[in-house]
Design a protein around this ligand. Structure first.
Ligand code: B1M
Length: 212
């Protein structure tokens, strides 16, 4: 019988083969795909986020867990699409113009995906206009920007200004993060939220979406 707790454990342990096997077993037994995701994969990634916040897990463990989660998701994704299950929200993410540091951004994207969000990852070095185009094309709930350089942080404000200029600012929430970024900076440039780490980014996304 499908064991979703074991699936969560496989994600936490970063055991990709086991995550795939258990996800497939659950699919074969007719467990609804949303249960496999919510009670297996997301439970696992939530625990990974908790351990990361508590300094019990470090970046490598999170990356390995996310890799297992992705492999499990690949088994379930076709069924989710067929059954038309809605994600918790859609997030456009990227590093700001001039910034090539993508390890933190990737972690945030993986944690959000593990938290049930549909991710549109634009990659690195994204100019304001490209964020605006992505908002126009994908109608996300959230635009998420990452910067690791003090010299590229102004790209966050430029992007908010560009969204404003395109008449889209009230259509999306903007969240920002990255080592030099602070809550004060978020307040200063008019972002809707700041998260210090990838696990907090998942909590913040939920808050921003529920605040409407
Ligand atoms: Co660069 N680099 N780097 N670098 N690099 C730093 C950032 C630096 C602090 C090193 C230093 O001088 N001590 C410094 C910045 C100084 C400053 O601006 N104050 C620096 C510099 C100067 C540079 C170059 C200019 C060096 C040069 O060429 N002269 C150059 C710039 C390139 C560019 O971007 N245009 C450069 C290049 C590189 C590499 C390419 C070699 C490489 C990046 C590889 C890659 O990412 N694919 C690199 C690396 C690896 C680093 C360090 C060593 C590590 C960064 C990292 O990945 N941390 C870094 C020094 C350090 O931090 N020790 C450094 C781990 C990652 C998990 O943490 O990204 O902070 P972080 O993400 C966290 C949180 O911040 C948060 O969640 C994540 C997980 O908890 N978070 C968000 C991140 N984004 C978020 C978004 C959110 C919410 C939370 O919401 C949207």
């Amino acid at each position: 019988m499908a064991d979703l707790q074991a699936l969560a454990e496989a994600v936490i342990n970063g055991d990709r083969d086991e995550a795939v096997r258990l996800a497939q077993e659950a699919v074969d037994e007719g467990v609804p795909p949303e249960s496999i995701v919510n009670e297996g994969m997301i439970v696992g990634m939530n625990e990974v986020g908790r351990r990361f916040k508590a300094n019990e897990f470090y970046v490598p463990e999170v990356l390995i867990a996310a890799r297992a989660m992705h492999a499990g998701m690949d088994v379930v994704k076709p069924l989710l699409t067929e059954s038309g299950i809605e994600p918790r929200g859609r997030v456009v993410i990227g590093t700001v113009q001039g910034d090539l540091h993508d390890i933190g951004k990737n972690l945030v994207a993986m944690m959000l995906e593990g938290g049930g969000y549909e991710m549109i990852d634009l990659g690195v070095d994204i100019p304001p206009d490209q964020f605006v185009e992505a908002v126009d094309e994908h109608s996300p709930n959230i635009v998420a920007m990452s910067a690791l350089l003090t010299t590229t942080m102004p790209g966050m404000k430029d992007t908010i200004d560009a969204l404003e200029g395109a008449g889209m600012r009230d259509k999306v929430k903007v969240m920002i993060g990255g080592a030099p970024v602070t809550q004060d900076y978020a307040d200063e440039i008019g972002a809707d939220g700041y998260a210090p780490d990838a696990a907090s980014a998942v909590d913040l996304a939920a808050e921003l979406i529920s605040a409407g």
